[in-house]
Design a protein around this ligand. Structure first.
Ligand SMILES: Cc1cc2nc3c(=O)[nH]c(=O)nc-3n(C[C@H](O)[C@H](O)[C@H](O)COP(=O)(O)OP(=O)(O)OC[C@H]3O[C@@H](n4cnc5c(N)ncnc54)[C@H](O)[C@@H]3O)c2cc1C
Length: 388
């Protein structure tokens, strides 16, 4: 087994790391008030990051999931808001457009995504159903060669600036999971209204989005007829990308904590001389490396999409690890750690997001638990675990 990343991956991550450390790190604090990180997105487009999920024929690089994990980890290490902004172009919405949109839409939007000129929004969550996808109320009726979309989505990232909305919707009012499909809605169409309604503890704004009789060509309904399974399998990729940001946040917090151990004194010693605090950073590091192993393995599992169980486990572990590690980094900083002036509080705010978006850790535990209970080979009493 070779655990090393390739020379090409290392070279690309080095470029990303330099930009992150030099440009993004000093700017990170200013995005806490909801300012969009426009200058960082421009830099990410220039070095080729925003085109990573865009196939080569549309101006991107079409790189793999592990490459994307490595890059989001670097960005997460310095700035949660920028990592989340980049996730919008590296994640599920770009992949759905690349895989399912008609050629005319791909040609129009994907080169603009790669160039950092078009932002995308994914609209799943509704006021009365988030995790509960089969009960979405948003509906898209087919009327000849047109569709009409009606409904309300909420907690949507980037909706105030998005050039295209990837919307999960019921089709023709068919109830339950069987009725879920996906429609692409260009920003600015008649009947679409987006309002930044919530300011998060991570920094960014989230919007409520209303679709009132939004009329579109039938070809914009890119997935219909039992689309939920296909849509959710694309989410296994997201389940590797969200934890990559968490891994980066934890790494950034550990670096801050170690620096503080070396700088701060108490009782005539560096606080880094106290065994109790050395053990804290040692445990933080152990958790980070365990998380990295699980996440990288999930990222290289499967074909088009990662293995669902590994991706779920990686997400659960990275999400919860990052809360523990960033919280310990605050503890090491004492009272200063709780202030906005010290970076560690920002890492903790960002880490708190991970277990909420892209599949909550409760629903992912449902998935892993179900697999365990249902796959047990009753004859041998063995589970299909590990690498064999
Ligand atoms: C920063 C941020 C950005 C976001 N961006 C977007 C976006 O761009 N697009 C978008 O569509 N959404 C977005 N969301 C919303 C996010 O995806 C939802 O909050 C998430 O899916 C959970 O849905 P909910 O909030 O409705 O919670 P609910 O589904 O109501 O769940 C409430 C609680 O019940 C638990 N629960 C639900 N069902 C079960 C079950 N079967 N078993 C055990 N526990 C269960 C959940 O885990 C959770 O703890 C964003 C959220 C945040 C915080």
């Amino acid at each position: 087994m070779d655990f090393r990343i390739s020379k090409e991956q290392r070279a690309f991550v080095d470029v990303v790391r330099r930009v992150c450390q030099k440009e993004f790190k000093p700017r990170a604090v200013k995005y806490l008030d909801g300012t969009w990180p426009a200058e960082n997105m421009k830099s990410l487009a220039e070095i080729g990051v925003l085109g990573m999920a865009v196939p080569q024929e549309y101006g991107g690089s079409g790189l793999g999931i592990l490459d994307t994990v490595l890059v989001l980890e670097e960005i997460g290490k310095v700035c949660y808001v920028t990592a989340m902004a980049a996730l919008g172009e590296l994640g599920v919405q770009t992949r759905i457009i690349a895989a399912h949109a008609p050629e005319s839409i791909r040609q129009r939007i994907l080169p603009r995504v790669a160039a950092g000129q078009a932002m995308l929004a994914i609209c799943m969550t509704e006021p009365n159903a988030g995790t509960d996808v089969p009960n979405y109320a948003t509906n898209c009726d087919i009327k000849g060669d047109r569709v009409a979309l009606n409904g309300v989505k909420t907690l949507i990232s980037r909706a105030d600036i998005a050039e295209m909305f990837v919307v999960f919707t019921r089709v023709n009012k068919v109830p339950g999971a069987a009725g879920i499909g996906c429609v692409l809605v260009p920003g600015g169409v008649k009947g679409l209204a987006a309002k930044a309604s919530f300011h998060t503890m991570g920094g960014e704004y989230l919007s409520e989005v209303v679709f009132e009789n939004v009329e579109l060509p039938l070809e914009n309904l890119v997935i219909r007829d039992n689309g939920m399974k296909r849509l959710l399998s694309a989410f296994n990729t997201q389940r590797c990308l969200n934890p990559a940001i968490c891994l980066g946040l934890a790494e950034g917090a550990l670096e801050e904590a170690v620096r503080y151990l070396r700088d701060r004194s108490a009782f005539g010693h560096r606080i880094g001389d106290f065994q109790g605090l050395r053990w804290k950073v040692a445990d933080m590091y152990v958790e980070i490396e365990a998380a990295r192993g699980l996440l990288y393995r999930a990222a290289v599992s499967g074909g088009e999409f990662p293995d669902p169980t590994l991706a779920a486990m990686a997400k659960i572990y990275c999400n919860e690890m990052s809360i523990r590690v960033t919280s310990e980094a605050i503890q090491i900083h004492g009272g200063y750690g709780f202030t906005d002036e010290f970076t560690v509080s920002r890492y903790f705010r960002g880490a708190r997001y991970g277990s909420l978006g892209g599949g909550t850790t409760e629903t992912l535990r449902n998935l892993v638990g179900k697999k365990l209970v249902e796959q047990m080979d009753l004859a041998t009493g063995m589970l299909d675990m590990g690498m064999f």
